[in-house]
Every structure is written in C-alpha cells, then in structure tokens.
Unconditional design. Structure first.
Length: 162
C-alpha cells in the first residue's frame, strides 16, 4: 500500500460541487481507499489570468495501484467530468483537473508522469490543501509539505466553508 496525494482543481460550472463529486469518485476508484480530503480553497487564476478563479482541494488515497495505473484512473475520472485536454494548452479553464502530486516518497520521471509534481513545492494553491491532510508528507528533494509553505505567499488563497 502506498499513500498517493492528488490535487483537484476546477473553474468551470459549479466548481465546488464538481470537487465534492470528484472526491466521491476518487474514493470509489478500484484498489484505492480515501484517507482524507482537504477543505476547498478559492484561488485566483494565474498563468492565464483571464478566466474565473479556481477552486482547489487535495485528497490522500491509500492504493495498491501502480502510479501509472493510478494516473490512468485520474485521467479517466477527469474525462467523466467533461475534461478535454488540448495539446499544448496550459493553465486554461477546466471542468476538473486531477494531478498526482505525491506517490509515497517515490520519484517517478516518465514522459507522461512526473512525481512529485514538478512544481508542487512552488505552488501554494496545491500546498495549502495538501497541508490540510498531509502536512508531514515528504516532497522528495524539497522536505515536507509544511516546510515548503514556510514563507510562501498565500494571502490571495481563501479557504471555503468550515
């Protein structure tokens, strides 16, 4: 069993409802068990700022799926929520984005999968939700999630609900 951490994001439609439904879908994945889900956060769009704010969250799953199979399940889940990935499009609006942030403490460097997520240690919108559920998780090469947040600007990111 491995603890895998997945980042969730959406900014089209009812993004909060989409993330709640996506958490339920991830909890139902084969050979996976939901360990924890973060609260949701509202994050201003960046990269391509001419789009609605994002809603972000994170989950921790216990899984026996190999990382590549888990990624395939995440991509299929995105598609089931209407996500269309266009080649070369980054930071655009999306119905659902699922990123495999951590897979235990493994480092995976494949053309289709990089774990830890290459920019995880620089992105408050991914680290804040992850800190809710796995603050002591290790980002290989960068220390813990908690340590990565020290000194990072997070004031534009707002927690939603309780």
């Amino acid at each position: 069993m491995v603890m895998a951490c997945v980042g969730l994001g959406a900014n089209l439609g009812d993004a909060q409802a989409t993330l709640r439904a996506a958490v339920a879908a991830l909890a139902a994945l084969p050979r996976c068990r939901l360990l924890a889900a973060s609260r949701q956060y509202r994050t201003p769009a960046w990269g391509n700022e001419a789009q609605p704010d994002f809603i972000n969250a994170a989950v921790a799953l216990e899984t026996t799926l190999p990382a590549e199979e888990l990624l395939a399940q995440l991509l299929a889940t995105e598609q089931s929520f209407g996500r269309v990935r266009l080649p070369g499009q980054h930071w655009g609006p999306r119905t659902l984005d699922l990123d495999l942030l951590l897979y235990g403490e493994q480092v995976i460097d494949l053309p289709q999968l990089k774990v830890p997520h290459p920019y995880l240690h620089e992105r408050a919108f991914a680290l804040l939700p992850l800190a809710d559920i796995a603050a002591d998780a290790v980002i290989p090469g960068h220390g813990t999630v908690r340590a990565a947040l020290v000194g990072m600007k997070t004031c534009d990111i707002t927690p939603l609900g309780g």
